[in-house]
Design a protein around this ligand. Structure first.
Ligand SMILES: C[S@@+](CC[C@H](N)C(=O)[O-])C[C@H]1O[C@@H](n2cnc3c(N)ncnc32)[C@H](O)[C@@H]1O
Length: 250
């Protein structure tokens, strides 16, 4: 072996395996729960999540201790923004099916009110859903809707699992991908969004947050991008023209 060539076998051994990547990405759900816990304690809070602190646990508490309020403000704002988005759809457009992709430790099914007969489908990795269900059932939390939990890898086949759980694709639905897409490579982002756009019936709604490629290199966002990478949950996926992309799917 040429001494100056990297030993590929050892490089591959050092790379996180699929399970480990999943676990590291799952950790990020504890982080966002810790932000909701922090915001819920403020007098003029934008959201109130009584379960966030216990769901975030020690992992979340340790993470938030090292962040400034400014650094996590975008997470607070997007939470409230998407709360309003989903509530407007539920109460104004008569949609009764809500799909939360990569729901993490989100408690919207419990902390928001929903019109009668609303069904909420929460999808995420098995370990994350198991933790959430365990805490919520110990706390005897009651959802304000019909709640369906689907433990699934969203990079694989998930649509059948959703329809098996009762999502009716002939009826309009609301979809949310919050704090998720930047963990996926660009081709998976477009595949996932296209799959939703092509499967959901007309008059459905889609909400998501994405980053553009500038965010990966800008000096303004460097410390955040480095923090994510160091934690083993790097932001990698960008979409520079989300409006143009969505227009292709009507
Ligand atoms: C930053 S958290 C966001 C969770 C929630 N949407 C929120 O805003 O609090 C990212 C979530 O993506 C989930 N996730 C990442 N890759 C996934 C995959 N391949 N399949 C299912 N869930 C995944 C993680 O488990 C984690 O819960």
């Amino acid at each position: 072996m040429n001494l100056f060539e990297p030993d590929l076998a050892s490089v591959v051994n050092l790379m996180p395996q699929k399970d480990e990547i999943g676990q590291l990405l799952g950790t990020t759900a504890y982080w966002t729960a810790s932000v909701r816990a922090m915001e819920s304690k403020r007098n003029d809070r934008l959201i109130s999540d009584q379960w966030a602190e216990i769901l975030a646990g020690d992992v979340g508490a340790e993470w938030i201790k090292q962040r400034t309020a400014d650094a996590v403000l975008p997470i607070v704002l997007r939470t409230r923004y998407f709360d309003d988005f989903l509530q407007r759809i539920a109460y104004q457009s008569g949609i009764r099916q809500v799909v939360l992709m990569a729901a993490g430790l989100d408690t919207r099914a419990f902390r928001l009110s929903w019109p009668e007969s609303t069904r909420i489908f929460e999808l995420d990795q098995p370990e994350v859903m198991q933790h959430k269900n365990q805490i919520l059932s110990t706390d005897t939390a009651k959802p304000n809707c019909e709640r369906h939990v689907i433990a699934v890898d969203l990079t694989g086949h998930w649509l059948d699992r959703l329809t098996d759980a009762g999502l009716d694709l002939r009826q309009p639905s609301a979809w949310l991908l919050e704090g998720f897409l930047f963990y996926l490579p660009a081709e998976l982002i477009t595949r996932l969004l296209a799959e939703i756009a092509l499967s959901a019936s007309g008059a459905s709604w889609l909400g998501f947050d994405v980053i553009n490629s500038f965010m990966l290199t800008s000096t303004y966002t460097r410390s955040w991008i480095e923090m994510q990478a160091k934690a083993g949950a790097p932001w990698i996926g960008t979409l520079d023209d989300p409006i143009g992309f969505l227009n292709q799917y009507g």
